[in-house]
Design a protein around this ligand. Sequence first.
Ligand code: ZN
Ligand code: ZN
Length: 457
Amino acid sequence: MKFINLTRRTEIGANSYYLEAAGRRFVLDSGMHPKFEGEEALPNLKALGDRRFQAIIISHSHHDHIGALPVLMRRQPQARVFMTEPTSELGNALLHNSVNVMTRQREELGTTLYPLFTHRETDRATDRWQSCALRQPYTLAGERVSATNGDSVTFEFFDAGHVLGSAGILIRVEDRTVFYTGDVNFDNQTIAQAAVFPAEKIDFLIMECTRGDTPVPATWSRASEEQRLMRAIENAFTRGGCVLIPVFALGKTQEVLAILYKLRREKVPDCPIYIGGLSAKISEVYDRRAQMGRRQLPGLQLLDDLRPFVLNADTIQEAQPRAGRIYVLSSGMMMAKTLSNIFAQRIVDQPQHSVFFVGYADPESPAGVLRNALPNEQVTLDPTEAPQPVRCHIEQFQFSAHSSREALIAFAERLAPKKVLLVHGDPFGVEWMRARLSSDLPNSEIIVPAPGMEIEL
Ligand SMILES: [Zn+2]
Ligand SMILES: [Zn+2]
């Protein structure tokens, strides 16, 4: 069995992994890097040489896992594409949004390469996706089979508890098994229920390491964190300011809305909430699917129960920060020209306003820079604008959609696979996981797969 890590660096970026087994070739995920442009933002497809493959299997619809799918489908037109049904619904909306973003960047960056794919190509691509049920083995030709399907290669999706539709992927090859966690959460979130992963013997585990560089504080619990957020919102309003919470449009927006819904039933005043257009579209999918599949608060209809106001690329230009309001805006990393970035520039130098961070941000992204800035430090949120002094109130909360490193370690130890491949983490986090697993699992080989290198499993 062969494995190639198609990311360009050890990092969370354009996630994509190639596998070859029993004469079958396929790829897990086809992400786009949020920080780079053009070919550099794509998985390293050159590492595949002239290999043609049968299938592309997508774990979930975050940009860093699905963003380059239309490009990969264009270059490998014979490949079948598989994902869960919610991932296909969400992925469709996200890729069309991505075309809009790239079309705008075409002018900003002055690159004729953009958009890397069009709305029409996205429509043609999504028509070819096949939705698969959870806990059902399929062949790479897309046929549903029993788990004991002789010698062919099969795959099976398991609920990963990360965002709506997210799945870990179990691959059975003759008498061997590979399990790819995708992005996973082993704990309940406010909407998403914890992952349910396979208990069977796994030979090769491909595992994410997003939180490999941070331990969970001993005193942390989701409930106490919700209370801390509630007090922080009250304090922010007492200071006479608003609260900006930068979020991913998919997952974190809906989780934060659900937290605010719960807090409203307690003490937080019934204040106006603002979200972006893409977040609203995705929340619609969450609402439509609220009673289908596993989730918490199945009776909660985010858009009806919270009645958020919706801002778009035009209306954000006039949206003035107003006291006693909560702005739950994407992007989560506050990339330049996104709603959260534009809005942050209006409040960052004003002490009455607050920015609350609630999830992962690349340390070099504008959100990462602002999160770590000292009071009065000059920060540049958008390279085309002047730096600003940080005077607003900044606080950080832990509502990650990713598993703690402790739970990842416990999962790997329970499976005790022959080999563990560590992916989807910053170098320090991946290295911490490697060192810890190497000492805890002396009979397993712990591998940090070098980008672009073929590994024989
Ligand atoms: Zn994700
Ligand atoms: Zn990811």
